[in-house]
Design a protein around this ligand. Structure first.
Ligand SMILES: NC(=O)C1=CN([C@@H]2O[C@H](COP(=O)(O)OP(=O)(O)OC[C@H]3O[C@@H](n4cnc5c(N)ncnc54)[C@H](OP(=O)(O)O)[C@@H]3O)[C@@H](O)[C@H]2O)C=CC1
Ligand SMILES: CC(=O)N[C@@H](CCC(=O)OP(=O)(O)O)C(=O)O
Length: 334
């Protein structure tokens, strides 16, 4: 299967290349970058030396599937052309995450050029696997929504918690992409934890949109924090139990819900970023119950399950390949 990666000089593009290096079915035929056109891949990604001899181009060669690892607002300019050329597309940006474009425009502050006339599937693999099989365009979820929705879905589906939910998440700095900026400058982030975009982060409506498909009264309070680490998202969820339930019953509900999902690990202990770093796992645990208050914690690697790993998982599902092909890495702990 031929694969093209558009925006291959960025962090998620580099991570797609790293993960696809040993994929049995995928053959990367085309990688794009405007800045590094004509350069070898290892000029930008030195860790990929000896694994690829590809050269960055601006044009995208025909492929069976194209990953668009581009900034928000840029994917929508190129995706329609790829679809017209008959390629299946997996978009890592936020451009196709909302059917209601007024929500997109409000939170992204970008004018949308319109949705293509194909079925767009939200690529949260564990929830939408059947739709993903037939999809021509996958909208890969945001990193925070991946960790939060996977941890919340069984609770909302089973009607265990009240509609008001609090999500407190900490992310590594690679979540901000490869381009340096004031907010990713070392002295600004080092030895600090920085809350940002309280009430206005674009992942709040993304989380609500998905959970409201199950219960339209869901209301989320979401606070992301930037932490001085490279990778990972630790999400602490505070829910309020409708009825009494014990720890063991709760864990059984989660295990049952995710019984066919190889990348979800459920346990009583508290997940930690180093339990998932470098892997496509989403660990869900903690399950602290204190009267009506419930705390559930999830951990993902933002560049893998939160982006490129999940994108490859979706590709595997789309092409009828074993879902874990190229992705069964043991996490790097510590
Ligand atoms: N980092 C993360 O953890 C996650 C990121 N995402 C999303 O994935 C997408 C990619 O993220 P990430 O890899 O971190 O971003 P980076 O900033 O690291 O990379 C962006 C890539 O897009 C290319 N690019 C930038 N502007 C344009 C343009 N106008 N036209 C064509 N190409 C352009 C750049 O290439 P060049 O300038 O060389 O042409 C670069 O290869 C984003 O939408 C991001 O929000 C989603 C989940 C997690
Ligand atoms: C640290 C940091 O800045 N993180 C990004 C999230 C990036 C991401 O994965 O989400 P999208 O695909 O929606 O961009 C942020 O909070 O905006």
């Amino acid at each position: 299967m031929d694969v093209a990666i558009v925006g291959a000089s960025g962090y998620t593009g580099g991570e797609l290349l790293r993960l696809l290096a040993f994929h049995k079915e995928a053959n990367v035929v085309s990688i794009t970058s405007r800045r590094f056109k004509g350069e070898k891949v290892y000029k930008v990604h030195p860790h990929l030396r000896k694994f690829y001899d590809l050269t960055f181009t601006e044009d995208v060669k025909d492929a069976d599937v194209v990953f668009t690892a581009l900034p928000h607002g840029t994917s929508m300019k190129v995706v329609p052309e790829f679809l017209e050329r008959g390629m299946r597309v997996i978009d890592l940006s936020g451009d196709y995450r909302f059917e209601d474009l007024s929500i997109y425009e409000k939170y992204y502050k970008i004018k949308h050029t319109g949705l293509p006339n194909v079925k767009i599937v939200y690529g949260l693999t564990e929830i939408y696997r059947e739709e993903i099989k037939k999809a021509q365009l996958i909208s890969n979820p945001g990193c925070f929504p991946t960790g939060a929705i996977l941890a919340l879905y069984p609770l909302v589906k089973e009607g265990i918690i009240e509609e008001n939910i609090i999500i407190d998440a900490k992310t590594g700095i690679t979540g901000a992409g490869a381009n340096p900026s004031e907010r990713t400058h070392f002295p600004f982030v080092n030895e600090d934890i920085i809350a940002y975009n309280i009430t206005t982060h674009r992942h709040k409506p993304e989380i609500e949109k998905e959970l409201r498909k199950v219960n339209n009264k869901i209301k989320v309070s979401f606070v992301p924090h930037l932490s001085p680490i490279n990778r990972g998202i630790l999400t602490t969820i505070h829910g309020f139990l409708k009825e009494k339930i014990d720890n063991e019953e709760l864990i059984e509900i989660y295990k049952k819900f995710y019984k066919n999902d190889i990348f979800i690990r459920i346990y009583k202990d508290i997940p930690k970023l180093s339990y998932v770093r470098g892997s496509n796992f989403c660990d869900i645990g903690g399950f602290g119950i204190d009267g009506k208050n419930l705390i559930v914690i999830s951990a993902i690697d933002n560049l893998i399950k939160g982006a490129s790993g999940q994108a490859i998982q979706n590709m595997n599902v789309m092409f009828g390949i074993d879902e874990s092909e190229g992705l069964m890495n043991v996490p790097i702990n510590p």
